[in-house]
Ligand binder design. Structure first.
Ligand SMILES: NC(=O)c1ccc[n+]([C@@H]2O[C@H](COP(=O)([O-])OP(=O)(O)OC[C@H]3O[C@@H](n4cnc5c(N)ncnc54)[C@H](OP(=O)(O)O)[C@@H]3O)[C@@H](O)[C@H]2O)c1
Length: 330
């Protein structure tokens, strides 16, 4: 049941349209889940050092590649430059650390994780904080300067392609205008209730592919908000009656309909699951097609609800590159 649909980057590189997310996949679960995911046919894996599980993921990748069960070139691995690395002088060191942990010579896609930067914590731990608990921000974040070093990482063969995540339209445009290698990909929150039409159209017009994170609405963010004492009700996309009804007509679950709707829009999706049945279910979306009426019905359900607005990064709103200052995300 491998993913047979791909998005093609401006440089010709192909990315499987359905991948697996690894955020909030704790070390003790991710090893088994990733083995099951690779058995099921997943070849696109979304990683990041801030998910604190790249070493375990690296062990699984190493065992699959060295046993010959999968060829390196058949995998598509993404990882990201975290906010403490968002400075030109940090990029290569952070990328090499991820490569060491992932036990790879190169990644397929390297993304700047967030448009804001923070100073590096010398202990390598959590983001540094002011006395009042606010995160200390790095006011000198300069995307163009950081991007130049990402371009060098392509020349050095440490990544095949480069892109960004959580950038708004203005921030992506600035990189397009000031780059030798333009961004191949933008990874953003995108789901039924945050459809991002304007940003997606902009990306398509500029040859930038889009990856949808939180494609099922990210229940995991609920746990994070609770930990930060943020009292906010999150919508449950999986019980939307229209989605459930559409699923019944195809003998599919609501999750499968939500993922099929994204990929049918020409957007990649990276649902996270460490549950064997659900991770197989999420990949099993290529044997049915939503009708035009069903696509339109789902498009009419946009609610402009952003679940990952970085409110949990208290103090980050002071950063000049905070991306979500208005609902059009510009
Ligand atoms: N660039 C960024 O800033 C950023 C931010 C957030 C996320 N991401 C990436 O995007 C990935 C996906 O986003 P996400 O993890 O926040 O949210 P998500 O994929 O929308 O939702 C994951 C949640 O849904 C559950 N789930 C998965 N499949 C299901 C199914 N078929 N039926 C019912 N529940 C299901 C999972 O639980 P089980 O595991 O128990 O199945 C988990 O609680 C992340 O893992 C990460 O790789 C990137």
């Amino acid at each position: 049941m491998a993913c047979k649909e791909f998005l093609t980057f401006h440089n010709g590189q192909k990315m499987p349209i359905l991948g697996i997310g690894t955020w909030q996949a704790p070390e003790n679960e991710v090893e088994e889940a990733l083995n099951l995911a690779l058995e099921a046919g997943y070849r696109h894996i979304d990683c990041a050092p801030v998910y604190l599980n790249e070493k375990v993921i690296g062990r699984v990748l190493k065992s699959w590649i060295s046993s010959g069960k999968v060829k390196r070139e058949d995998l598509f691995i993404t990882t990201k430059l975290p906010p403490p690395g968002n400075r030109p002088s940090c990029v290569e060191r952070f990328l090499r650390k991820s490569l060491t942990d992932l036990q790879l010579d190169y990644v397929d896609l390297y993304l700047i994780h967030c448009p804001f930067g923070v100073p590096e914590n010398p202990d390598g731990g959590d983001f540094l904080k002011e006395e009042n608990g606010d995160i200390i921000v790095d006011l000198e974040t300069d995307h163009v300067a950081t991007w130049k070093v990402l371009e060098e990482m392509v020349s050095k063969g440490l990544t095949k392609s480069i892109g960004v995540s959580n950038f708004n339209k203005k921030q992506v445009q600035r990189l397009i205008d000031n780059s030798t290698i333009k961004p191949a990909n933008l990874q953003i929150e995108l789901h039924l209730y945050l459809q991002q039409n304007e940003l997606v159209d902009f990306c398509k017009a500029n040859g930038v592919t889009v990856v949808a994170y939180a494609p099922l609405g990210s229940k995991g963010i609920g746990a994070l908000l609770k930990m930060c004492n943020i009292d906010r009700e999150l919508p449950d996309l999986l019980i939307n009656p229209d989605v459930v009804e559409i699923g019944k007509s195809h003998n599919k679950t609501a999750a499968q309909v939500l993922l099929r709707w994204i990929t049918q829009r020409g957007i990649s999706a990276i649902p996270k699951s460490t549950n064997p049945d659900r991770l197989r279910q999420n990949l099993n979306i290529f044997d049915f097609k939503l009708t035009d009426e069903q696509m339109q019905k789902m498009s009419s359900l946009d609610a402009g609800i952003r679940v990952c607005d970085f409110e949990f990064f208290k103090g980050m709103e002071k950063h000049p590159e905070m991306p979500f200052k208005n609902k059009h995300c510009q």
